[in-house]
Design a binder for this molecule. Structure first.
Ligand code: CTP
Length: 398
């Protein structure tokens, strides 16, 4: 996804700097060249040697490094990149950027360029929530800088809250999105895909026949139009696409939690075949047929992710798309389902075994919206995905 792209990676001084090493590897896996820059504070957390060894080139550290100036001045250094990425972006670096300081190599590079900049902030939760940092963030966003994270969770300092560096996969997805220019550039889209597994005991589970093929194709098509895609997938039989943030889950509950964590978004596309029920009597040891006899199972209904998101008062995506797998009266059932779930569109398909659609490579869908039902001819799942992605792009640019 990032072949022939040059990423100038500025590593700031924070405990999360160690994750920038993994980020370098992941960017290289996607074909990118990583030109590393390490701030003085960054050097306290990762060594120049490990950074340059991983990047496969010398790390830039000093504004007044004459050798570097002779080989490549700092102005050229930042302009020759396709994207500047600051990870971790500390409160101090953000403050410098917001105020146009240029008193070390990193801040000078960031000021001396009109190349797009992506920030992955990481800091203590109080520092992140401080009005000064939030003010700086607002200025930076107004300046056209994009931001990935920070994530919420436990922090190295023992506190809990927003401030953790986004995971390297999420940063790579944001970088890919920033470098892909298309009608969905700057849009964030959450996609669920695949089946869920509901455990009976540590080795057995209840599942369904979804392969994840349609959801995966859709995530890829949205990515290709420039969207930043969060791809939340159950245990699917097809591999997830590159260049999207993959969140792997197993159960419906985990999927619901992951969707919650991924919002807000401009659109939510819920292609997963979520199990309607979970086993409440799941055993934490393997059930033995000799000792336990026939198992008795109790079920509870899983929360309906699509319905919950469709009814959010605050933070509802502008466009919510559900899927309906039906075996009979497809249009009638799916039209009723759209109203029941409260989503904007339902993509309905006939999954009767004779159609070969579930687990197959083709799909024949009916797109149901407030405009009525529109039947699409049978075509490859990739083509369905591209056409749907085009429709989503059109809806979000209205
Ligand atoms: N869905 C969801 N969370 C659930 C169940 C379903 O998000 N717990 C979403 C699916 O991803 C899909 C849509 O809802 O987009 C349709 O799911 P389906 O199971 O067909 O809907 P139900 O309301 O359970 O209808 P049915 O009576 O046909 O089972």
């Amino acid at each position: 996804m990032l072949a022939n792209k040059r990423i100038l990676l500025i590593i700031g001084g924070g405990i999360a700097a160690y994750k920038s090493l993994e980020l370098i590897r992941r960017l290289q896996d996607q074909g990118a060249e990583v030109v590393p820059v390490l701030t003085k504070a960054g050097e306290e957390f990762v060594t120049p040697l490990s950074v340059s060894a991983l990047a496969g080139q010398a790390v830039h550290r000093d504004l007044f490094d004459l050798t570097a100036e002779a080989e490549m001045g700092h102005i050229q250094l930042s302009r020759s990149a396709d994207l500047l990425v600051v990870a971790p972006a500390t409160a101090d670096l953000m403050a410098k950027m917001a105020n146009g300081h240029a008193n070390d190599l990193a801040s000078t590079l960031l000021l001396a360029t009109d190349t797009p900049v992506l920030l992955a902030p990481a800091m203590n939760v109080r520092m992140w929530q401080h009005p000064a940092t939030q003010r700086n963030l607002e200025i930076l966003l107004e300046d056209g800088i994009t931001c990935v994270g920070p994530d919420e969770g436990g922090m190295a300092c023992g506190e809990f809250g927003p401030g953790r560096l986004a995971e390297p996969v999420a940063i790579v997805a944001a970088i890919t999105a920033r470098l892909t220019v298309g009608p969905l550039s700057g849009r964030r889209i959450v996609v669920t895909s695949g089946p869920t597994h509901e455990p009976i005991d540590p080795v057995r589970y209840i599942a369904n026949r979804s392969s994840g093929a349609q959801g995966t194709a859709l995530a890829r098509a949205l990515r290709d139009l420039g969207a930043e895609v969060v791809f939340i997938t159950g245990p699917a039989s097809v591999a997830p696409p590159d260049g999207v943030e993959v969140v792997a889950v197993e159960t419906a509950q985990e999927m619901a939690d992951a969707v919650n964590a991924a919002l807000p978004a401009d659109a939510g596309v819920f292609a997963a075949a979520v199990a309607d029920w979970r086993v409440t009597s799941a055993s934490d040891r393997k059930l033995k047929k000799s000792k336990d006899g026939l198992p008795e199972m109790e079920f509870a209904e899983n929360s309906d992710i699509l319905k919950t998101v469709s009814h959010l008062d605050e933070g509802r995506p502008r466009l919510v798309v559900g899927f309906a797998a039906e075996t009979n009266d497809v249009v009638e059932n799916a039209t009723a389902k759209r109203l029941r779930k409260g989503c904007d569109w339902i993509v309905a398909n006939d999954v009767s075994p004779a159609t070969g659609i579930m687990g197959g490579s083709e799909n024949a869908v009916v797109l149901i919206s407030d405009q009525g039902a529109e039947s699409w001819p049978r075509m490859g799942k990739d083509t369905v995905a591209r056409q749907l992605a085009d429709r989503i792009a059109a809806a979000l640019t209205d």
